[in-house]
Design a protein around this ligand. Sequence first.
Ligand SMILES: *[C@@H]1O[C@H](CO)[C@@H](O)[C@H](O)[C@H]1NC(C)=O
Length: 454
Amino acid sequence: MATPLGVSASRAAGSKQHGAAAPGLAGRARDAAVFASGVAAAAAVLALLGSASVLELAPRISSPRVAVPAPGPDDGPRTFYDDPELSYAAVGGRRLAGWDAKRAAWLRSRGLAARASPERVVMVSGSQPEPCPGEAGDHFLLRFLKNKLDYCRLHGIELLYNRDALQPAMTGYWAKIPIVRAAMLAHPEAEWVWWVDSDAVFTDMDFSLPLAARYGGRNFVAYGWPDKIARRSWLGINNGVFLLRNCQWSLDLLDEWARMGPAHPEHARWCKVFRAALADKGDDAWCDDQSALVYLLYTNWERLGKKAFIETEYFFQAYWVDVVDRLDGIAARYEAVERRAPPGLRRRHAEREHLRYAAPRNAAVSGAVPGPAGGGVEGWRRPLITHFMGCQPCSGGRNPMYSRESCDDGMRRALGFADDQVLRAYGFRHAAPLNDTVRPLPFDYPGAAPARNG
Ligand SMILES: *[C@@H]1O[C@H](CO)[C@@H](O)[C@H](O)[C@H]1NC(C)=O
């Protein structure tokens, strides 16, 4: 089937990689340990060993952060930060050019390898500056944030949560553009910025993004539906979760996208253009950031498509309605696999060894539970992300097509489903899917344990 974006071409890359072990966990742990021991101490050791030994030692340490202490406020070469013309503003500021070279120079000046493995990721999320007006809205946002903290801690990802309107004229969901752009400048060490909407829940704590394996050479990744893309629906691609490589291409995309937004004089004209060009978008519909991005991609695929990747094979983000009713069945299937698996998989372990167990667990379920790693339209694998679009937990302004019960129970079910995966390293699990009471896990769980009633 031909689609304007040619998403089928995106299937070329190997999907076998989804459940692959995150490479370099040991390396990262070692980095952390060396780093914790202190830059000064490590530098002293290197000095004692002399220059010949340093050469021998260098490959083993593999932590340039130690060998080259980061310059402080009073020293070091000038970087892009020292340029008074540098603007953090996504709209109205000076355009940032030559970013790839500037970022590379910064990395060199700090002794950081441009191509680190695993690639560094900063997750960016956020919510409004004011308290939530919706009943329990702030409680839900706290739980959504906790869920992101959990995923990031398990996967060595840094989390930036923003509550400020950096450019107030970029209202509503448009506010993500200024913070994503600013995050790129504030985190030159990060290869990727991963935007995740506040109402998106990580429901597979074992899944690591296939960054190098699947998204190498791509700069933008989002989830899409080929049938909706084919008819140019504004719902063809969901921009509540996306990856942007920290590079000039991405800054240019953000510039182009932001110029269609409410902070720009051309906004009203653009809104007319989207509404005319996109399906499922009424004449009086809200002129939103997703329509702008989708329009940009649909109409410039020749230019942008080489670097954009529309994920269709696994739930890079899933529409919650498609998955919440399956979560209990998914949990039961994973439990059954583990009960039959060799006991080694059920060994208790430190939380920091999570990924070393996630890899064989993924391997065990991939043969026994149908569906792609990261979840998919078919099958019973855990969805990486369950996105509660339309539930509006903060404002309480739910889309009338959903009942309060379906949204609230759905969110609680997904959050509890994720919490159970995390609590396991602490020896507990919820008494039932919608129950906030926890119970201790028996030794060798779920070996001989009877299935939980749910
Ligand atoms: C939650 O589980 C506990 C322990 O099994 C039980 O005592 C309690 O009644 C349950 N709460 C609800 C609301 O079902």
